[in-house]
Design a protein around this ligand. Structure first.
Ligand code: NAG
Ligand code: NAG
Ligand code: NAG
Ligand code: NAG
Ligand code: NAG
Ligand code: NAG
Ligand code: NAG
Ligand code: NAG
Ligand code: NAG
Ligand code: NAG
Ligand code: NAG
Length: 846
C-alpha cells in the first residue's frame, strides 16, 4: 500500500516536471543560436527555383555575416517543400510559397508559436496580422484584387452584398480576380462573403454620360443594394449621375477607386464637386508613384525582411541579455519572456520598421479618403463648405490596410456628435418648453422632444433648440395658435435640420416643407354634456308604456259597467227576491269596486250570482298579472336609473337633435377639411357650425347644459374634461362615440432633406417598439372617474332616496288637491244647485 502511494507520488511529480518543462522549455536565445527554417517551395518557383535558392543562400550568409553581432548566431535550415513539422527548437520560419501552402505553413507554425514571415503570390488572403507577417508579391497595376481582399478581410468594409460599377478600362481578367477576392471564402471566417452584382458601363467616349445614366438607371430601377464599388475612368460622371438618380442617399455607401490620381494642385479631385450632403462616399486613390526606381520581386523582399528580422533578433537578445546580467538564474526563469511574448516583440519591431520605411514595392500605395458630409451644411450657413475630408486608411503591399479612421464615418457614428439648430415652439403636450428670462429655454418636455432626444442619441448629434418666432420678435409670444408650422423652416437664416414640432400633414405646405412619417394620427370628436339620469318624478309611471296605461284605464272604466250590467240583469236576483238597491246594484259602486280590486283593496260587496262572480274572479286574475308586472318593473327602474340618450354621432347631431348648436375649433385641419368636403354630412356640419379659437367658459357651460357641442381633437377634449373635473369635481362632460377625420401628425423637414429616409426609419423603429405611443399616453390626462360612459355607474348599493320617491308624493298631493277641489264644488252645489244635488253628491259618496 505504502509503495503504491510512493510510486503514484513519483509519477505525478514526473508529470508535473515535464509539464513545467514543456511550458518553458524553449531555447533561450542567450545560450543557443536561434534556429530558422527557410522554406523555398520548389513547386511554386518551378524553373526559377535553383536561381532563387542560391541567391537566398547567398543573401542569408551575407547578412548573417555582416549584420549579426554580439556573438549571436542563427542556424539556418533550408527546405524545398512545405509539409514540415516544426519542433520546438525552431524560432523563426521564412517561407516562399503559394497561397494555399502558406496558410498551411501558418497553421503548423501556430502550434509552436514561431515567428513566420511569408512571401507569397498576390491575391492571397492575409495571414492574421497579429500572428504572422505576409508579403504578397504584387506587380504595379495589379493591386486592386489584393486591396479589395484586404479591406474585406480587415473588415474595413463588411458588406454582405455589393454592386460593382465598372467600365472598359477594367479588363476582364482583373474583374474576375476582383470578384473572386470579394466573394471567395477566406481562411479567416469572420470576413463576410459578399454577393456581387456587376454593372458594366459601355465604353463610348462620345457618349459616356448617357451610358452611365443608362447603367445607373437600371440599378435604380431594381431593388437597390445600396453598397457600391465604382471602378471607372471617369468617376465624377458616375458620381454626378448617381446623385441625380438618388443613389447616394444616407443609406447607400460608395467606394470609388481612382486608378489615377487626378487631384489638381490644390488637392481637390473632380469627383468632390459632386459629393453632396448626406452621402457616404469614400475614395481610394492610387498614390503609386513611378518616377522613382521601384524595386520588387522575391529577392528584394527576402533581403529586406531578413535584414529587419536579424535586426529585431539582435535587439531582442540584447534586451534579454541586459536583464539577464542583473538577476539570478531563478529569477530569470521566473520573468523571462514566454515564447509568444518574444515572438510578438519581434513582430512589432518588424512591423514598425515596415510602416516607416520600405525598400521593396515602396512605390505602390493607395490612399483611402473618407468624406464627412453629414450635417456639414446645417452647421455652417455658407453652402460651399459641405465636404470635410480625412485620410481614413492607406494600403501598401507589405502592410496591407492601415486604418486611421472609419471609411464610412457616418454609417458607424451617425452625425458624429455635431450640434444642430432644431426649430420648435411651445405647444403642449407635444412640445412643452419653459422659457426663462431673455427667452432662454429652461426646460423641455413633451412627446416630440422625447422623440428628438431619442433621435439625437441614435444618430449621434446634439441640438440647440431655437424658436424662430421668438427670434423674430424677442418678446414672449403667448398665442401659439397663430403659429405657422411652415414658418419654422421656410424663412430662416439658419438652415435647420429638423423641425421638432407636431405638425399636421398639410398638402398646402408641401411646396415649402416635407413631412416625416406620421408619429401619430389624431381624430376629431365632440364634447357633449355627460348623459344625465332621467328625472325620477314620473318613475312610478315608468314600468308601463303610455298605451299600456291607456288600456288599463279603459279596462277599469269598461269593466265597471259590465259588472254592473251582468250583476243587475242576472235572474238570480229575481229568483232569490233580492232587492236591487245599493251595493253593486249602483253603477258607481261597481266602478269603485273594480278600481279598489285593481289596487288590491278588496271591496265591501261581492256579487252573489255566479255570472257576476266570474267577472270579478277573472278581473282579480288580470289584476294579479298587471300588479306583479308593475311591481317587478318598478323595482328594476329603481335599481337601474334610466339615462338619457346622449348624442353619439354626427348623424344624430344633424338629424335628431334639433335644439343643439355646435362650434368647431378654428384654424384646424378639420375646418379646412369640412369646408372643402363634398360629403353632405360635413357640408351640413359646416353650414351650422360656429368657429371659435378656443373652448371658452361660455361654450363649456352651454355644452354642460346639453345645448351645445364642441368639436376638436379628441386629445384636446380629454384635456378640457380633465380640467373641468379638477375645477368642479363633477363629471359633467363627455366625449361622443364617433371619431371622424384622421389627421396625420408628423415632424417637419426642410424640402428634399437628404435625411428624410434616415429620420423616417428611426421614427418607424420608435413606432414599432411602441415608444411614441407610450410617450403620448404619458402626456394625456390620466383616467379618472369621468372616463366611464356613465351607463353602468352606481348600480350596486342603490338605496331608494327622496328623488326616487317624489313621484308618490306627487300622486298623493294631486289626489288631495283634487279632493279639496271637489269638496269645494260639493259645497257650492249643496248651496246653489239644488236641482243637481242628488246626482252630484251620490256620484261621489258611496
Ligand atoms: C552559432 O552561430 C555561430 C555563427 O553563426 C556559429 O559559429 C556557431 O557554431 C553556432 N553555434 C551552434 C551551437 O550552432
Ligand atoms: C496606379 O498608378 C500607377 C502609376 O500611375 C499605374 O502604373 C498603375 O497601373 C495604377 N494602378 C491601377 C490599379 O490602375
Ligand atoms: C458611340 O456613340 C456614338 C453616338 O451615339 C455612336 O455613333 C457610335 O457608333 C458609338 N460607338 C461605339 C463603339 O459604340
Ligand atoms: C482647386 O483647383 C481647381 C482647378 O484646378 C478649381 O476648380 C477649384 O475651385 C480649386 N479649389 C479650391 C478650393 O481652390
Ligand atoms: C463660399 O463661397 C463664397 C462665394 O460663393 C466665397 O466667397 C467663400 O469664400 C466660399 N467659402 C469657402 C470656405 O470656400
Ligand atoms: C487620422 O485621422 C485623424 C482624424 O480622424 C486625422 O486628423 C489624421 O490626419 C489622420 N492621419 C492620417 C495619417 O491621415
Ligand atoms: C458619436 O460621434 C463621436 C465623434 O465622431 C464619436 O466619438 C462617438 O463614438 C460617436 N458615438 C456613437 C454612439 O457612435
Ligand atoms: C413684436 O412685438 C411687439 C410688442 O408685442 C409688437 O408691437 C410688434 O408688432 C411685434 N413685431 C412683429 C414683427 O411681430
Ligand atoms: C403661414 O404660411 C403661409 C404660407 O407660407 C404664409 O402666407 C402666411 O403668412 C403664414 N401665416 C402666418 C401667421 O405667419
Ligand atoms: C389650402 O389651400 C386651399 C386652396 O388654396 C385653401 O382653400 C385652404 O384654406 C388651404 N388650407 C389651409 C389649411 O391653409
Ligand atoms: C418633399 O416635397 C417635395 C415637394 O412637394 C416632393 O416632391 C418630394 O417628393 C417630397 N419628398 C419626400 C421624401 O416625400
Amino acid at each position: 500500500m505504502k509503495q503504491t502511494i510512493v510510486i503514484l507520488y513519483a509519477v505525478t511529480a514526473c508529470l508535473l516536471y515535464f509539464d513545467y518543462g514543456n511550458a518553458n522549455d524553449f531555447p533561450s536565445l542567450l545560450v543557443a543560436n536561434a534556429s530558422m527554417a527557410v522554406i523555398v517551395d520548389h513547386e511554386f518557383l518551378d524553373t526559377e527555383y535553383d536561381h532563387v535558392l542560391s541567391k537566398i543562400k547567398y543573401l542569408v550568409d551575407q547578412i548573417i555575416r555582416d549584420d549579426l553581432r554580439d556573438g549571436v548566431g542563427i542556424n539556418v535550415r533550408y527546405y524545398s517543400w512545405t509539409q514540415i513539422r516544426f519542433n520546438k527548437d525552431f524560432t523563426i520560419v521564412m517561407s516562399v510559397s503559394n497561397c494555399k501552402d502558406t496558410w498551411q505553413i501558418f497553421h503548423e507554425v501556430q502550434v509552436e508559436t514561431l515567428l513566420l514571415i511569408a512571401l507569397t503570390e498576390a491575391n492571397c488572403p492575409r495571414l492574421p496580422s497579429n500572428e504572422a507577417i505576409m508579403i504578397p508579391l504584387i506587380k504595379i497595376g495589379d493591386e486592386l484584387p489584393q486591396i479589395l481582399l484586404d479591406i474585406r478581410s480587415s473588415q474595413i468594409v463588411n458588406w454582405k452584398s455589393a454592386i460593382i460599377v465598372y467600365d472598359n478600362t477594367f479588363d476582364r481578367d482583373s474583374l474576375s480576380k476582383v470578384v473572386n477576392s470579394l466573394s471567395s471564402l477566406t481562411q479567416k471566417s469572420d470576413a463576410t462573403v459578399m454577393s456581387i452584382s456587376l454593372f458594366r458601363i459601355d465604353e463610348n467616349e462620345s457618349n459616356y454620360r448617357a451610358n452611365v445614366r443608362k447603367t445607373l438607371g437600371s440599378i435604380a430601377s431594381k431593388n437597390a443594394e445600396e453598397k457600391y464599388f465604382a471602378i471607372a475612368s471617369k468617376p465624377h460622371v458616375i458620381m454626378e449621375e448617381a446623385e441625380k438618380l438618388g443613389l447616394t442617399d444616407s443609406f447607400s455607401q460608395w467606394l470609388f477607386f481612382l486608378r489615377k490620381n487626378t487631384a489638381s494642385k490644390n488637392g481637390t479631385l473632380p469627383i468632390m464637386k459632386f459629393i453632396k450632403e448626406g452621402g457616404n462616399i469614400a475614395i481610394g486613390i492610387n498614390s503609386t508613384h513611378t518616377n522613382t526606381e521601384c524595386l520588387s520581386g522575391i529577392l528584394c523582399h527576402f533581403e529586406q525582411s531578413f535584414k529587419i528580422l536579424v535586426e529585431a533578433l539582435s535587439k531582442t537578445i540584447k534586451k534579454e541579455a541586459a536583464i539577464y546580467g542583473q538577476i539570478s538564474d531563478e529569477e530569470w526563469e521566473a520573468i523571462r519572456l514566454t515564447k509568444r511574448e518574444r515572438r510578438d516583440g519581434m513582430m512589432k519591431i518588424i512591423r514598425d520598421h515596415f510602416s516607416h520605411k520600405q525598400v521593396c514595392s515602396n512605390c505602390i500605395k493607395w490612399d483611402f479618403i473618407a468624406t464627412e458630409t453629414w450635417g456639414a451644411s446645417y452647421i455652417d450657413s455658407s453652402p460651399n463648405k459641405t465636404l470635410q475630408i480625412s485620410r481614413a486608411a492607406t494600403w501598401e503591399p507589405t502592410n496591407g490596410v492601415l486604418e486611421n479612421d472609419s471609411l464610412f464615418p457616418h454609417i458607424s457614428h451617425g452625425f458624429r456628435g455635431k450640434t444642430f439648430s432644431i426649430a420648435t415652439y411651445h405647444n403642449p403636450p407635444w412640445q412643452i418648453i419653459q422659457y426663462g428670462e431673455n427667452g432662454k429655454v429652461i426646460s423641455t418636455k413633451g412627446v416630440v422632444l422625447q422623440i428628438l432626444d431619442e433621435l439625437s442619441e441614435k444618430l449621434n448629434f446634439t441640438y440647440l433648440l431655437i424658436d424662430p418666432m421668438r427670434n423674430k420678435n424677442s418678446t414672449v409670444v403667448e398665442d401659439y395658435a397663430n403659429y405657422n408650422d411652415t414658418d419654422l423652416i421656410g424663412s430662416n437664416i439658419v438652415p435647420i435640420l429638423l423641425g421638432a414640432v407636431a405638425a399636421t400633414v398639410d398638402e398646402n405646405y408641401s411646396s415649402i416643407v416635407n413631412y416625416t412619417r406620421p408619429i401619430t394620427i389624431q381624430t376629431y370628436s365632440f364634447l357633449v354634456s355627460r348623459p344625465k339620469e332621467l328625472s325620477r318624478l314620473y318613475l312610478f309611471t315608468a314600468p308601463f308604456t303610455i298605451d299600456t296605461w291607456v288600456c288599463l284605464t279603459l279596462t277599469v272604466v269598461i269593466i265597471g259597467p259590465i259588472l254592473f250590467g251582468i250583476h243587475y240583469m242576472s235572474p238570480y236576483n229575481d229568483y232569490n227576491n233580492i232587492i236591487k238597491k245599493g251595493g253593486l246594484y249602483k253603477i258607481g259602486n261597481c266602478f269603485w269596486y273594480i278600481y279598489g280590486a285593481l289596487l288590491q283593496q278588496g271591496g265591501m260587496y261581492l256579487p252573489s250570482s255566479d255570472s257576476g262572480r266570474l267577472i270579478v274572479g277573472t278581473w282579480w286574475l288580470g289584476v294579479l298579472v298587471v300588479v306583479t308586472t308593475y311591481c317587478g318593473n318598478l323595482v328594476a327602474f329603481l335599481t337601474f336609473p334610466k339615462i338619457e340618450n346622449p348624442i353619439a354621432n354626427l348623424h344624430q347631431l344633424l338629424h335628431t337633435a334639433h335644439d343643439v348648436t355646435w362650434s368647431i375649433k378654428s384654424k384646424t385641419f378639420f375646418e379646412y377639411y369640412i369646408k372643402n368636403s363634398e360629403n353632405n354630412k360635413y357640408k351640413a356640419l359646416n353650414d351650422g357650425a360656429m368657429y371659435t379659437n378656443n373652448a371658452t367658459g361660455e361654450i363649456i357651460q352651454s355644452v354642460k347644459m346639453g345645448k351645445h357641442i364642441y368639436i376638436d381633437w379628441k386629445t384636446n377634449l380629454k384635456f378640457i374634461m380633465k380640467n373641468d373635473y379638477l375645477e368642479t369635481n363633477r363629471c359633467e362632460l363627455g366625449i361622443g362615440e364617433e371619431e371622424f377625420v384622421d389627421e396625420k401628425i408628423a415632424l417637419i423637414l426642410p424640402l428634399n432633406s437628404p435625411y428624410h429616409k434616415l429620420f423616417d426609419r428611426e421614427l418607424y423603429r420608435l413606432l414599432q417598439m411602441g415608444f411614441i405611443q407610450k410617450w403620448i399616453s404619458e402626456y394625456l390626462p390620466k383616467k379618472d372617474k369621468c372616463w366611464s360612459t356613465g351607463k353602468s355607474q352606481d348600480i350596486e348599493n342603490h338605496t331608494v332616496n327622496l328623488t326616487d320617491m317624489q313621484g308618490c308624493f306627487l300622486v298623493l298631493l294631486t289626489g288631495t288637491l283634487i279632493a279639496v277641489v271637489i269638496v269645494v264644488i260639493e259645497f257650492l252645489v249643496a248651496r246653489y244647485g239644488d236641482t243637481l244635488k242628488d246626482k252630484t253628491i251620490t256620484a261621489f259618496v258611496k
